[in-house]
Design a protein around this ligand. Structure first.
Ligand SMILES: Nc1ncnc2c1ncn2[C@@H]1O[C@H](COP(=O)(O)OP(=O)(O)OP(=O)(O)O)[C@@H](O)[C@H]1O
Length: 629
């Protein structure tokens, strides 16, 4: 029995339980605000179904499916329910793959259609060539077409498709993006598949549902609709915390579904909760109230600063922290104590200037100036596929004490490279010697660093078979190698050109930032976390980062024509996106929150922020106040 299962019931938990016993079953959407313990509700629901309906499910070889965001979260949830075999907890990708894996014929048909679609697209493009079409474009299209035709030919010989790090149809490999596109397509088009899913999983729960891909939600809803009361499909999420471009955000209730609100907040002090509610009031308007018992409620602290957006931001920020250390009653806000849980956590958007400050400016530029939208987003999140081999294998083997350290061998065993290869002529000792030499080589190259060391190290690690990277990366590093038929888009190629030209030292700085090991955190990466003291830095900084704008949110800066068009068409706009990001930031604070706005027009910004009511009547401090330090 863990603390999450035994946490006190909230009204939402009680309402949910009544649905879990229903006959017919009813599906639901639980809207649970920040700090409300949405995963706690999910775990309690899982536990309840196991206890109440476990023997029936077991007799029918049925399971409860629980879809969550990361492998780590999946393990935690499963442990919470005592690792019950009746509960299948997995990430969305592995859940979808488990569903579809037995349907190899359907997979093959989908792959064929997919390649044919890509061929057709290039043919249409070729028909529109004019005398001004660049030679390089003509050559790339011709080469891509040839590769796609080879893929089509080779894929018809594939006996079995498998799911791995990336896609290479010619070799029978499917990647993450294939799964997320293919499986919903197949579910939506196959009545049989929908029936099989419903009869295997009478309960399907989705955690952090705001981040789920819209097509996946549509597919799950189609399973529910066909099952007509035989299943309970439940989404646990918070539309206000949808801060990734790919997420569905709010999930509409279908006829007969229940909506369950969970407005408690168990995390934040009263003053912080005031800001959270103020930000949310212009979103979906849900008002959160403290879930803590009266004797555990604290007032907390709130500070607002408006400072000039100039070249001295870093110094000003240090100044703010020193001022807070002196004036707040919550102790030190200093940078060097942040990781001992004493100082404050500084939340910033990943900006070019933050990247510069932290020492990964070129890496940032490689992904943000050339990468596709999804690659940019994955970079900000720390999960971009070109970077994975460094995170999974290369940096860990370089950070190990020595070549012979047990972590080196353990890492290589997990890497999918040398040790997993089926080469019968290589005995364990030979493999070890080869691996040690290669690791020593890679460690020297990493220690040397310098421009281009990212590409150099990748090549070394790949040649020595220390890593098994995404086929796109293999195709880039070795165009005539094992994954020769993989097509790279120009965007991907440009991003990889810039990435491989970077200094590997930048990667270490980037990971330090992404893993929240520095006092700074990305506003995106901080989702799900909480800190006693938070400094939220609102800084538009670059004109061209148009996804978010705090100045527009507070009315300091005018909306562009495009923003206005998005707003009037009811599309997601810069205002909604920024409001949600701000909501996620301020709701990370447990006790004390400082909001620092950098603006070019300080007086105008101060007035606009006062008018927004976000301060709850708290005084807005400026440079002059800091001078009193
Ligand atoms: N029913 C409950 N009773 C008391 N405390 C609870 C309950 N549910 C959750 N908590 C506590 O509330 C805090 C916030 O929970 P948690 O981080 O799981 O919320 P969350 O909904 O995931 O938040 P966010 O979406 O903001 O990341 C935790 O400290 C947790 O232990």
């Amino acid at each position: 029995m863990t603390s999450r299962v035994s946490a006190p019931d909230t009204p939402a938990d009680i309402k949910l339980r009544s649905l879990l016993d229903g006959d017919p079953l009813q599906s639901f959407v639980m809207v649970a605000g920040a700090g409300s313990g949405k995963t706690t509700s999910l775990v309690k629901a899982l536990d309840y179904v196991v206890m109440r309906h476990g023997s029936r499910l077991s007799a029918r070889t049925q399971q409860i499916a629980c879809i969550t965001y990361t492998e780590v979260a999946a393990k935690e949830i499963h442990a919470d329910v005592g690792n019950s075999p009746l509960v299948s907890v997995s990430t969305i990708h592995s859940f979808l793959w488990t569903l579809i894996k037995p349907f190899q014929k359907d997979i093959a048909t989908w792959v064929h259609r997919h390649i044919e679609g890509a061929i057709q697209k290039i043919k249409e493009k070729q028909e529109e060539y004019t005398s001004r079409t660049r030679e390089a474009t003509v050559a790339k299209d011709a080469s891509d077409l040839e590769k796609l035709r080879a893929q089509l030919r080779l894929s018809s010989e594939v006996e079995r498709y498998s799911y791995g790090v990336g896609s290479d149809y010619a070799k029978g490999l499917l990647g993450h993006e294939d799964i997320i596109t293919m499986v919903p397509d197949l579910i939506l088009s196959s009545k049989l598949l929908r029936r099989i899913i419903a009869s295997k999983y009478p309960y399907i729960f989705v955690d952090e549902s705001q981040d789920t891909f819209p097509k996946v939600v549509e597919a799950l809803k189609s399973v529910d609709s066909q099952a007509q009361g035989a299943i309970c499909l439940g989404f646990f999420g918070d539309p206000m915390q949808n801060i990734f471009q790919r997420g569905v955000g709010s999930i509409s209730e279908e006829p007969g579904w229940q909506r369950i609100d969970k407005p408690e907040n168990f995390r934040s002090s009263q003053k912080v909760l005031g800001v959270i509610n103020q930000v949310r009031s212009e979103g979906d308007g849900m008002v959160q109230r403290s879930g803590r018992p009266p004797e555990k409620q604290v007032a907390g602290e709130l500070f607002f600063f408006v400072l000039p957006a100039d070249e001295q931001r870093s110094q000003r920020l240090e100044h703010v922290r020193a001022w807070l250390t002196q004036h707040s009653s919550a102790g030190s806000w200093a940078a060097d104590s942040a990781n001992r849980g004493e100082g404050a956590k500084i939340l910033m958007i990943v900006h070019r200037m933050v990247a510069k400050r932290m020492g990964f400016e070129h890496l940032y530029a490689a992904f943000h100036d050339s990468g596709s939208k999804s690659l940019k987003e994955a970079f900000d999140e720390g999960s971009a596929w070109p970077i994975r081999p460094f995170d999974d294998v290369i940096l860990p083997i370089c950070e190990a004490e020595s070549v012979n350290s047990p972590t080196v061998i353990a890492t290589l065993r997990r890497s999918g490279g040398l040790f997993n290869e089926e080469t019968p002529d290589l005995d364990v000792r030979k493999r070890l010697t080869l691996a040690r030499d290669a690791v020593a080589h890679v460690r020297r190259a990493v220690a040397e660093g310098g421009p281009g060391s990212v590409g150099k190290v990748l090549k070394l690690a790949m040649t020595a078979n220390l890593i098994a990277p995404d086929p796109r990366l293999s195709a880039y590093i070795k165009p005539d190698g094992q994954h020769a038929e993989v097509v790279l888009t120009s965007e991907t190629k440009n991003a990889l050109d810039a990435f491989t030209a970077c200094d590997i030292k930048e990667l270490s700085a980037y990971f330090k930032y992404i893993r929240q090991q520095s006092p700074y955190s990305t506003q995106h990466g901080t989702k799900g976390a909480e800190f006693p003291k938070v400094v939220a830095v609102l800084d538009d900084e670059e004109g061209n980062y148009n996804l978010y704008s705090y100045e527009k949110l507070f009315g300091i800066k005018e909306l562009s024509d495009n923003d206005k068009r998005n707003l009037s068409a009811g599309r997601d706009s810069v205002l909604e996106r920024t409001r949600r990001l701000l909501y996620v930031c301020v709701s990370r604070a447990v006790e004390s929150l400082a909001v620092v706005v950098f603006a070019s027009d300080v007086a105008g910004a101060k007035l606009a922020i006062e008018n927004s009511h976000i301060t709850g009547g708290e005084k807005i401090l400026t440079e002059a106040d800091l001078a009193s330090l």
